[in-house]
Design a binder for this molecule. Structure first.
Ligand SMILES: Cc1cc2nc3c(=O)[nH]c(=O)nc-3n(C[C@H](O)[C@H](O)[C@H](O)COP(=O)(O)OP(=O)(O)OC[C@H]3O[C@@H](n4cnc5c(N)ncnc54)[C@H](O)[C@@H]3O)c2cc1C
Length: 587
């Protein structure tokens, strides 16, 4: 069967903040650019971002990009690459002003400047006092940003392939990336999208956990495609648990609530964060607050009849501030927790929120993978940006509001790298005859499988294993058992079956294909976590409570084949400033 081919200068998989910022760069440079998205672009998970985007604008009090850099390095627990972190923090003010000029409707201060709120781990004067660095549009910052970027892309004539699912990467004999295979959901037809350069901006994969703030579409497709293509995934042991997911529902309550003055209480009505982080208190970084909450609950000071959550109190902010700055949060609390925060506190628990690891890239958005002696060899024609990528600016723990920043800074720099690459490589490289065979075989397997496993059951098993074995606190036994169990579940993924074999809008087929991606992310997470025998950032081990820089200040690389691990050094050379030396991380 011949698979139809469409040709472009650039193909971007993902229409969230990162994909749209990159697409804008390419379309405005006159390149023929396709953006694929499983959902209408403005429904990507970026739309759910609440709290803000960081930049040292200094609109409220003095701020500097090198203070922002220091906070990000410290937040990363010295696993972040300092060249990439410097690049991002330096570019932040320019990136936010650019969004403002694109028409993003930021909240304003009295003097007309962009409103900025405090956020966890963002401090002035190299970690001394909290600073207001998060630029916000009430509690709907991602919504405003995504719509702004979408409209700019419409103006720039970006071509959208809406409700198209990329299935696999296409590489030629030299290993260069030259396109993707993709399924048009409406018809069930498969196409080859042939391109001079391909960017992955497929977002997060929080759906490997049973309790997650992430959208249902966050199944780590980009990571699955990369793993199946024989390329590595970086630092997959590091998952951020957000301190304030609504207990039982998972829906996110932004850290901006604490930025505006909300506080966490245990069952004794005690503001317990004063004991764990005397300076930053409720605004310590997320890993620190999540662990403190887990300890309170574990030691019996949780709230409710099962003592399984803590309370987020904000009624003291007053109705005016809540309605003005946190209207979406009030709505979420009423709908999902059954409480009106103007009167009562919100029940919250640490919930899986963000993937620090991902597809290895440098700060130019170029995908890298070891080749011979070169641990930083580029994969020609291949780029990644946003949550699916690991640049690595977030290291072992991301600071709130640094992700929206990462999307626009690295979306743009990846776009620039692609423009340069396409200039130097103006011809499409020939497609191998078997370009679509792998994807077609996956689909055929699914069509022909008899007596197979239910997709829903296997997905639930993955989520339960990851939730139980890769949570806030980890030990050798728990992790090793998790690895054994996930490898068993992986066998079932190869035997899934679907009852509905129709072509038009077959969501059962799509969910089965997503499962192939979830399992790669879940395996990478458990195998990488089991191997790392230290505590760093979000990876907290009871049996190895300290950080071990001598042995473990290095990035993990996971290969799906044989579930193999290798490591590569952290970049300890910033672009222009001095190296920020490791210290103990206290808030
Ligand atoms: C509830 C919530 C609140 C948050 N709040 C903040 C905040 O205030 N500040 C902050 O900095 N960060 C925040 N974050 C984190 C941040 O929003 C995300 O990391 C970021 O938006 C991810 O953007 P992205 O462009 O990488 O991916 P996404 O916005 O997730 O977009 C991914 C895109 O890829 C597409 N896609 C995926 N797989 C395929 C496939 N196989 N084929 C075709 N298309 C595909 C999807 O359709 C989608 O368009 C929040 C996250 C959540 C979940």
């Amino acid at each position: 069967m011949t698979v139809p081919v469409r040709r472009f200068d650039a193909v971007i998989v993902g229409g969230g903040g990162a994909g749209l910022r990159a697409a804008l760069q390419l379309s405005e440079a006159g390149l023929n650019t396709a953006v694929l998205s499983k959902v209408f672009p403005t429904r990507s998970h970026t739309v759910a971002a609440q709290g803000g985007i960081s930049a040292s604008l200094g609109n409220v009090q003095e701020d500097r990009w090198d203070w922002h850099m220091y906070d990000t390095v410290k937040g990363s627990d010295w696993l972040g690459d300092q060249d990439a972190i410097e690049f991002m923090c330096r570019k932040a003010p320019e990136a936010v002003i650019e969004l403002e000029h694109f028409g993003m409707p930021f909240d304003r201060l009295e003097n007309g400047k962009i409103y900025q709120r405090p956020f966890g781990g963002h401090m002035a004067d190299f970690g001394k006092t909290p600073v207001q660095r998060a630029c916000a549009v009430a509690d709907r910052t991602g919504h405003a940003m995504l719509h702004t970027l979408y409209q700019r892309n419409v103006r720039a004539n970006t071509q959208f392939f809406v409700e198209w699912m990329a299935l696999d990467l296409i590489r030629n004999e030299d290993g260069d990336v030259i396109g993707v295979t993709a399924l048009e959901m409406e018809t069930g037809d498969v196409f080859i999208l042939h391109a001079k350069a391909v960017l992955f901006a497929t977002g997060g994969a929080g759906r490997i956990f049973a309790a997650s703030t992430n959208a249902f579409i966050n199944t780590g497709d980009g990571l699955g495609m990369v793993a199946r293509a024989g390329l590595p995934l970086e630092d997959m042991e590091f998952w951020q648990f957000h301190p304030t997911g609504v207990a039982g529902a998972g829906v996110l309550i932004t850290e901006g609530v604490r930025g505006e003055g909300g506080i966490l209480l245990n069952c004794n009505g005690e503001r317990f964060m004063e004991r764990y982080a005397p300076t930053a208190k409720d605004l310590a970084s997320r890993d620190v607050v999540s662990r403190a909450m887990a300890v309170e609950i574990f030691e019996g000071r949780g709230c409710g009849k099962n003592k399984d959550h803590v309370l987020l109190k904000l009624d003291h902010l007053g109705p005016d501030k809540i309605n003005d700055k946190l209207p979406g949060i009030r709505e979420i609390a009423i709908k999902f927790a059954g409480v009106d925060p103007i009167k009562d506190p919100i029940p919250v628990v640490p919930t899986c929120h963000y993937m620090m690891g991902g597809i290895p890239t440098n700060y130019k958005g170029e995908v890298i993978a070891p080749k011979g002696d070169d641990v930083e060899a580029k994969v020609e024609g291949f780029y990644a940006a946003g949550e699916c990528a690991c640049a690595s600016v977030h290291g072992a723990n991301r600071l709130g509001t640094n992700s929206l920043l990462d999307l626009v800074v690295f979306g743009k720099s990846a776009g620039d790298s692609m423009i340069e690459f396409i200039k130097q490589n103006p011809e499409l490289k020939p497609l191998p005859a078997n370009a679509a065979d792998f994807s077609m075989a996956r689909l055929a397997r699914l069509e022909n499988q008899v007596d197979g496993e239910s997709v829903d059951d296997v997905r639930r098993e993955i989520q339960q294993v990851v939730q139980r074995h890769a949570g806030v606190f980890r030990t050798q036994d728990v992790l090793a058992e998790g690895v054994t169990q996930i490898l068993e579940v992986a066998k079932k993924v190869g035997r899934t079956t679907i009852k509905d074999k129709s072509k038009v809008w077959n969501t059962a087929r799509i969910e089965a294909l997503e499962l192939d991606n979830l399992i790669e992310v879940a395996k990478a997470t458990l195998v990488s976590a089991e191997a790392r025998k230290e505590s760093r950032g979000a990876h907290a081990r009871d049996d190895y409570p300290d950080r071990h820089d001598d042995e473990w200040m290095k990035h993990t690389l996971f290969y799906s084949e044989a579930n193999r691990l290798t490591y590569k050094p952290v970049h300890n050379q910033p672009l222009s400033v001095d190296y920020i030396k490791p210290q103990k991380r206290v808030y």
